[in-house]
Design a protein around this ligand. Structure first.
Ligand SMILES: Nc1ncnc2c1ncn2[C@@H]1O[C@H](COP(=O)(O)OP(=O)(O)OP(=O)(O)O)[C@@H](O)[C@H]1O
Ligand SMILES: [Mg+2]
Length: 328
């Protein structure tokens, strides 16, 4: 645990990532305090308190991300290197193992190809909103040290339809040139558009050309598609994916893990995490993450460095209140 924190500290310092550095330092303080070293924990926290609010890099000269696409592609493809790692996501064991395996396969591409097989690199993520599909794509990119290239479907379809296939081709042409995790979010837009569109013939051509491009793609890039509406995809589309990964609502144990992941650094104990999990059944990961952030805001505004169960309950009540007023 501690070595992980130290690695994160050094790594975030090396790349000038102030937010991760601060997070790691807080985790270090929490781990010292859990180990009974209350004084050391306090000293670490007081050092963090003296750090300037935001890093100079964030405010000063703009940092040019070499992964960001330029020119025409910039409108439809957003790219950047990612900090997310497996430690940032709560996953069922078998899904974590599957994603780790995919990473290993892609790292060992040469060895696999010697035996006439290739790594699985076309993944379909499906499931309810807020359960980690986008986050998992970022984790894959972060773990592999590749940029996450997000395809903006709205931009792809909103222009006159005739250009869609051209844009798709441009994206697939980029895949061998710029290795990355190519993330096709809201992927059902492709399939749904087939039925919805005024111009059915044109949309059919778009889907057909997407399938052809997938078939022809021999790049080393990963292709990850995500959808909330897996039922809208037809067999021809399904068949193109090597791995189908379901993302489900959190169970109780995962809620405990999520609370601890988000609030362990500000002193939430495992017992408190267990207790809080009873209050949030039925919520998505994203809802609970939001509640945690809100609780940290309350804690910070009260000039405290330790979260209390009360902060979390209060944040939860206000989330529920907000949803009630939305449904009225
Ligand atoms: N499995 C998870 N573990 C930890 N945090 C999570 C998880 N899933 C979601 N979150 C939190 O919720 C936020 C939103 O989740 P994410 O964008 O990955 O959901 P999604 O499944 O892509 O939803 P959508 O279908 O709406 O695109 C994440 O940035 C993260 O803070
Ligand atoms: Mg998403």
């Amino acid at each position: 645990m501690k070595t992980d924190i130290l690695k994160l500290l050094l790594q975030s310092h090396a790349v000038g990532d102030e937010t991760s550095f601060r997070k790691a330092a807080l985790q270090l303080a929490a781990s010292e305090s859990n180990a009974g070293h209350v004084r050391v924990a306090d000293e670490i926290r007081s050092i963090i308190a003296q750090m300037p609010a935001t890093s100079g890099a964030a405010r000063g000269a703009p940092v040019v991300d070499i992964a960001a696409p330029r020119g025409d592609l910039a409108d439809i493809l957003e790219g950047g290197y990612r900090d997310e790692r497996f430690r940032d996501i709560v996953l069922r064991d078998e899904i974590r193992a599957l994603l780790e395996r995919i990473i290993v396969e892609n790292r060992s591409r040469g060895r696999l190809e010697r035996f006439g097989v290739s790594p699985r690199r076309r993944l379909l993520f499906h499931g309810a909103p807020g359960c980690g599909k986008t986050l998992a794509a970022a984790v894959l990119a972060g773990e592999m040290g590749l940029p996450l290239m997000t395809v903006r479907f709205d931009a792809l379809f909103s222009r006159f339809l005739g250009a869609t296939a051209v844009h798709l081709r441009a994206i697939f042409a980029e895949m061998p040139r710029r290795p990355g995790v190519y993330f096709f979010d809201e992927f059902d837009a492709v399939a749904k558009a087939r039925g919805d569109s005024q111009d059915v013939g044109e949309m059919n051509r778009v889907v057909t050309s997407f399938l052809q491009l997938v078939d022809a793609d021999v790049s080393g890039s990963l292709l990850v598609a995500a959808t909330n509406h897996v039922e809208l995809l037809d067999r021809a589309v399904f068949r193109r994916f090597d791995v189908i990964v379901p993302f489900e609502h959190p169970d109780r144990a995962q809620l405990v893990d999520l609370f601890y992941l988000r609030l362990g650094a500000v002193g939430l104990s495992t017992d408190e995490a267990e207790h809080l999990a009873d209050h949030v059944s039925g919520l998505s990961f994203a809802d609970v993450a939001r509640v945690c952030d809100d609780a940290v805001r309350t804690m910070a505004l009260h000039d405290r460095e330790q979260i209390t169960e009360g902060d979390v309950i209060e944040a939860l009540e206000s989330l529920k209140g907000r949803e009630l007023s939305l449904t009225r």
